[in-house]
Design a protein around this ligand. Structure first.
Ligand SMILES: Nc1ncnc2c1ncn2[C@@H]1O[C@H](COP(=O)(O)OP(=O)(O)OP(=O)(O)O)[C@@H](O)[C@H]1O
Ligand SMILES: [Mg+2]
Length: 267
């Protein structure tokens, strides 16, 4: 079975950036990669440099499909619905192939949207549908799966965590980010996630690394420098992967660390 990595953290810390860069690095290594945007505020496609017209429609918006699979009529509320809808065909049908820079490879991108509700156990067809789809990809698929989670601790439900081999929490220099990381790590342990570690991001000076490390209750995989070129790429609407080689190299080092602790992700 392929490795399953979820990427969490406070809002704006760099979750989507890490998810996009790692997806491309794993694909360039020769792994089959499925990247899942599970943040209700979807923007993983943008980090891959896809324009609005190339970005896949979030599955949560596919009302007819959800109604069919959950056995409900459109718009009906409180009606009976299937808790275990058939979803195995959906990753192939609804993912788009994103080309990997400088490699003859692609990443499959699947955009869920709205998983917060499912993670929180929303008793509605949409919740059951997303939960089933995420669980399916985490438990049944044998690629490397990287999940870009919703910000904060709200995503934390069994659906988004069950089957995860590693939860990577992106952490920036700031108390709110550090506290969020510690809360996420604590919940992950309670939910039985096997391995949780932080990637420090937007670091300005080596002194910050020790300050953050001393306050975290998780291992630290690597530290990534604050990098104006990355922010500029976002402002210009360009993909993050080609934004700056230094960022990519630092995230490659973080990935190598993760592969060292998780043998299934080694070549
Ligand atoms: N190392 C870095 N240096 C400078 N800017 C960065 C760095 N990493 C990420 N950024 C920028 O910070 C912003 C937030 O990054 P990103 O979207 O990856 O975070 P996020 O955690 O996914 O945010 P959200 O919670 O909104 O989903 C973006 O503008 C991104 O380009
Ligand atoms: Mg994001």
């Amino acid at each position: 079975m392929g490795l399953k990595i979820a990427i969490g953290g406070k809002g704006g810390v760099g979750k989507t950036t890490v998810c996009a860069v790692w997806s491309q690095l794993f694909a360039a290594d020769g792994f089959e990669v499925l990247a899942i945007d599970a943040d209700p505020n979807t923007n993983l496609a943008m980090a891959f440099g896809l324009g609005a017209e190339q970005s896949p429609e979030p599955l949560i918006n596919m009302k007819q499909l959800i109604a069919e699979r959950t056995g409900t009529e459109r718009g009906s509320v409180g009606a009976y619905f299937r808790l275990n809808p058939e979803v195995a065909d959906l990753p192939e049908r609804f993912s788009v192939e994103v080309p990997v820079a400088d490699a003859d490879k692609t990443v499959k991108l699947l955009v869920l949207g709205g998983i917060t509700q499912a993670g929180a156990g929303c008793a509605c067809p949409e919740g059951a549908f997303l939960k089933a789809l995420l669980s399916h990809t985490l438990l049944q698929r044998d690629e490397i799966v990287l999940v870009d989670l919703a910000a904060g601790v709200e995503f934390m439900g069994r659906a988004s965590i069950q089957g995860i081999d590693a939860l990577v929490v992106v952490t920036e220099p700031g108390q709110r980010s550090i506290e969020t990381t510690n809360r996420i790590a604590k919940m992950a342990t309670e939910l039985g996630v096997g391995y949780t570690a932080a990637v420090l991001n937007k670091i300005a000076g080596a002194g910050q690394i020790e300050t953050i490390r001393s306050q975290l209750n998780t291992a630290v995989l690597a530290a990534v420098a604050y990098n104006p070129a990355v922010q500029k790429a976002d402002l210009d609407g360009r993909g993050v992967v080609g934004a700056d080689q230094h960022l990519v190299e630092q995230l490659r080092a973080a990935k190598v660390q993760l592969q060292a602790v998780l043998p299934a992700a080694r070549q």
